[in-house]
Design a protein around this ligand. Structure first.
Ligand code: 5CA
Length: 160
């Protein structure tokens, strides 16, 4: 699939990946990748190899937590480790404002401005992981180390 046939929001993500100097092979699937479970089923991979892009509000600003699909974030433990105030789940409107993308398709990058970001250290357990690329049917393959680099993230455990 050529980049030009992708949805506009995914072309934006593909451009951000290219600007970060990575291949970022964005692809649109026939099946939904709206949730980690759906993405894992569509891709035939372990659910833990799906990187969810979760937006929280902390200290009055949106932040991004790239979480293995096998984990739920322990917000209290993570806030302490990250040295931030309470992490509250963003509303759909806050997600759209912070990312320019909709829930189910939020990508790790390609946002109006970069967000303070954590990468779940569990994502390093997988040689290849998949992240959303701006819509609920687009994804790209990456690695934990690459995600950390292109989002300028801190790597932390997100569970207790
Ligand atoms: N495309 C997949 C990964 S490839 C994906 O986007 N997964 S996700 O987990 O990052 O996106 C779904 C997430 O959206 C849910 O885990 C949840 O954290 C968030 N979400 C779902 N509904 C709401 C809501 N009403 N308000 C805020 N966040 C929500």
């Amino acid at each position: 699939m050529t980049t030009s046939s992708l949805p506009a929001r995914s072309q934006q993500v593909a451009r951000a990946l290219a600007a970060a100097g990575v291949r970022g092979d964005v692809r649109e699937l026939a099946d939904s990748t709206r949730t980690a479970a759906e993405a894992a089923a569509a891709l035939g991979c372990d659910i833990g190899a799906i990187a969810n892009s979760l937006i929280f509000v902390s200290d009055g600003e949106p932040v991004l937590v790239l979480t293995s699909g096998r984990h739920r974030v322990d917000t209290k433990a993570l806030a302490e480790r990250w040295g931030r105030g309470e992490l509250r789940r963003a509303t759909p409107e806050q997600v759209r404002e912070a990312t320019g993308q909709v829930i189910g398709g939020v990508a790790p990058l390609g946002h109006p401005s970069p967000l303070p970001t954590v990468v779940d250290s569990a994502l390093s357990d997988y040689p290849q992981i998949w992240a959303a690329a701006g819509t609920p049917r687009t994804v790209f393959p990456t690695t934990a180390a690459e995600l950390r680099r292109i989002t300028n993230a801190t790597e932390l455990p997100v569970t207790t």
